[in-house]
Design a protein around this ligand. Sequence first.
Ligand SMILES: [Zn+2]
Length: 441
Amino acid sequence: MSLIREMIKTRRGNGLSREELARLQQRRLKKLVRFARKNSPYYEDLYQEISEDCRLEDLPPVSKPDLMADFDRVVTDRRISMKRVDAFCGDLDHVGRMLDGRYLVFKTSGSTGNPATVLYDKTCIDVSSAVAALRTFARQEDYRAFMRHGRKTAGVFANYGFYLACGMSRYLQLKMPGRQTKITVDVNAPEAQIIRELNAFQPAMLSGYPSNLALLADYDELQIRPDVVITGGELLTDAVRRKLTEKFGCYVQTHYSCTEAGEIACECAEGHLHINEDWVIVEPVDRNNRPVGYGVLSDKVLITNLANRIQPFIRYELTDRIVVHDEKCRCGRNTRWLEIEGRTDDTLLFDSGVKIAPMSLYKILEEVKPIRRFQLIQTAPKELELRLVSDEKDVAFAEAERELLSFFAEKGIKDLTITLSDLPPQANPISGKFKHICRAD
Ligand SMILES: [Zn+2]
């Protein structure tokens, strides 16, 4: 019943004007802040000096280390503690099951530092299901084809542990044990096995990390005809979008979510990521948490999850760099939309403090034609290692090296050494997430 209620609320959100959305946001924010003050000792302390009539900007931002260090005081149910959550997570059979019959437990992969532990209460779960059901598909025709073909969904993700995709998928499977409409295929399994499982299942929707799906697309043995491919977790570049479209012969799209904020933005038929403004507040800010304007690249993002009561995330820092647009979109949705810079990749640091954004290097390497797949690792301040998949590895490397060195020289970074590695590009062994550009730990 509660899912139906959230579906109705979310559907209503679709038709609201900007002004109506802003008012709805304010109402939900006010309730959330009041609830957090009353039920979370952490927020009670944090907001002590702040009046009831405060604006969002008056509330101090919070970060992952803060919220994790004080987990027991952040959560709004005094029976919950990190100790109990850890004990619960000690049993992998608890993935997708509820702690105390009330809360789903998720862990982030920690691709940008230490993992976070995130609880979802029933409302938060239902809102996230409602948004997924009503807004994930960019095009109605893909949604209809997907329904016609039995809603068969295959996700190529980390198929174990308390990750969001895996946990939500198992939660839904456990709720409807008779219906085999969803499978999760382990992203870290050998390719031959992944391909066998996907071929046997023949999904109507294929989801996964773009970099992994791009790798799978190289295999002729993979013979599936999904109605739509929906990627997540990393930036979907135009090149990967084209490659997947060609391989699978269907529409390829993405969405923007994270465990702490849920579904942040969903793609429309114009390829724009529209913010789910009824359930999440997105503030693009500079490194000092000052707001940046429309059309300007932010240093980070503050998100407020308006659906989660058990563990409030209010002005919570994400390290993503985004651009928010307020131009009206031709698709007809009223919400603002955003673009994301590279999702999990690292910024490289050089002597004299020069920083290079991963996206620039990604774009350079993506243009080197003989390269099919790459990974660039900074192993020391003046040393880079390039891992390549290519039919002409030496030619590819020579071109990549020339382009990279000339780019770095323009930035005043000299005396760099780039070496060609014997290893292929590799995903993080724990999360299964892949970084194209990274610093060695
Ligand atoms: Zn749009």
